[in-house]
Write a protein that binds this ligand. Structure first.
Ligand code: HEM
Length: 466
């Protein structure tokens, strides 16, 4: 009898607590803000002006967390470092990455970005293995050669910086994915990838003649070429081959990935690696041209490396002796904030800083706002690499994201930028051509028209000619 009484009391308590908590969560309000017009929401306000203006006016009116409605989805935008950490790191399991279905079809459903849990963990381990410093050390000489030839091909020409940087970062991405085999497949892969990317921002209408249709066809061809590469690798691979490129890492240790999974992830990595790094490089050139004293100091640092290597090729250790150039890259990543924000989706109703974020709502950590807040970076619009002589406050600097989806390619990105800057500053001078103040967002922030520049060979002292 006593036992039954205890059971009844326990059940009643559970029932009461459940009710109470449900009631409590129902009482939570949505974050402040407006949802705009039905369906279109505030998409037009965001995309018809500089996004900074949209974000800044919202933050001023509603504070660091506010709701809006963009591209057909209700969203919560967050702009405090602490809240971004909760979404990306401490409660990452409640906020899954999210992309439009057409992008998933184009990149491949099995690519790392779209997953959480065990499959994501496994892919991440394999991707990191190919892009950790230990693996990259061996690639410095080849990246150096690609950088040298790239810059040489610009001599005396008027170039579109972004377009040229895209070629450079594409070639480096292929090298890190396929190793030296990349040269054999470069042109075919490039042709297919360039058709694929043209469809990336098109209407997802898969009928003959549309950009989307052409892109899907090119994607199929890409997967076929990659399939051939995998089968040749498989037939020549020995048991004790150690993987030193991404394909090797995916195929090694009986990882059990299918060809389709590998192809989706190779296409995904090219997508993640190319335009991001090319945009940052374009901004580096712009900021250096606009800040002659910084350019002079970087040139001195790079000339010292050139003298020190005495005719030898550039190696990993040289790239570790470029602290000022590294700070220029950090400051460029901060000021340009090429990824203004990222997308997550609440997997259940979440209580967040006293508000309710309903299941299915998008959550956008606003990197750009965090990087441009005077509380985190005094005089935030000023390009001042010396601010990175001290480490930034925790969670205030995340150009490569944070948490389980943070960028696994960040070391490669920094390395290829350092190497290109080495060749540029030691041998060339460049001047910007045309208007220099505009920014385009497509989707990465980029100087207007891709920054047209004219490049010429410097009169180099004989001690520096190599
Ligand atoms: C300066 C250049 C780059 C920037 C600014 C950048 C930025 C980022 C950011 C912010 C994320 C996280 C996105 C999120 O949490 O939603 C990310 C993810 C990723 N990046 Fe990068 N990235 C760059 C270059 C690269 C390169 C060179 C590679 C490949 C070698 C790469 C591969 C990836 C991959 C595979 C992911 C997805 C990781 C995952 O979902 O676990 N990125 N990147």
């Amino acid at each position: 009898m006593e036992f039954i009484m205890v059971m009844l009391f326990t059940l009643a308590t559970i029932f009461f607590l459940k009710k109470w908590f449900c009631f409590g969560s129902k009482k939570l309000g949505l974050p402040p803000g407006t949802l705009g017009w039905p369906y279109i929401g505030e998409t037009f306000q965001l995309y018809s002006q500089d996004p900074n203006v949209f974000f800044a006016s919202k933050v001023k009116k509603y504070g660091s967390i506010f709701k809006t409605h963009i591209l057909g989805c209700p969203c919560v935008m967050i702009s405090s470092p602490e809240a971004a950490k909760v979404v990306l790191v401490t409660k990452a399991h409640l906020f899954k990455p999210t992309f439009p279905a057409s992008k998933e079809r184009m990149l491949g459903k099995q690519a790392i970005f779209f997953h959480q849990g065990d499959y994501h963990f496994k892919l991440r381990k394999l991707v990191l293995r190919a892009f950790m410093p230990d693996a990259l050390k061996n690639a410095v000489q080849d990246i150096d050669s690609i950088a040298k030839h790239t810059v040489q091909s610009w001599e005396g020409r008027l170039i579109n910086t972004f377009q040229e940087m895209k070629t450079y970062t594409f070639n480096v991405a292929l090298l890190s994915i396929l190793g030296k085999d990349e040269v054999i497949y470069r042109e075919d892969l490039k042709r297919c990838y360039y058709t694929l990317e043209k469809g990336y921002n098109s209407m997802p209408v898969n009928i003959p003649g549309t950009l989307f249709h052409k892109a899907m066809k090119a994607r199929k061809e890409l997967a076929q070429i990659l399939g051939e590469i995998l089968s040749i690798r498989r037939s020549t691979m020995k048991n004790n081959d150690s993987p030193n490129d991404l394909v090797g890492s995916f195929m090694g240790d009986n990882e059990g990935l299918t060809d389709e999974q590998i192809a989706d992830n190779i296409i995904g990595v090219i997508f993640a690696a190319r335009d991001t790094t090319a945009s940052v490089l374009t901004w580096v050139l712009k900021y250096l041209a606009e800040n002659p004293s910084v350019l002079e100091a970087v040139t001195e640092e790079q000339e010292a490396i050139l003298k020190g290597k005495e005719g030898q090729v550039l190696c990993w250790e040289h790239t570790k002796k470029m602290p000022l150039t590294s700070r220029v890259i950090q400051e460029t990543l901060r000021v340009a904030s090429i990824l203004s924000f990222t997308f997550r989706e609440a997997v259940e109703d979440v209580e967040f800083e006293g508000y309710l974020i309903p299941k299915g709502w998008k959550v956008l950590p606003l990197f750009r706002n965090i990087h441009h807040s005077p509380e985190n970076f005094p005089d935030p619009e000023k390009f001042d690499p010396s601010r990175f002589e001290e480490a930034p406050k925790p969670n205030t600097f995340m150009p490569f994201g944070s948490g389980i989806h943070a960028c696994p390619g960040n070391e490669l990105a920094k390395l290829e930028i350092l190497i290109l800057v080495h060749h540029l500053t030691t041998k060339y001078r460049w001047s910007m051509v045309g208007p220099q103040n505009g920014i385009q967002y497509g989707p990465f922030a980029l100087p207007q028209n891709g920054l047209p520049i004219r490049l010429s060979l410097k009169e180099t002292p004989s001690t520096l000619i190599q």
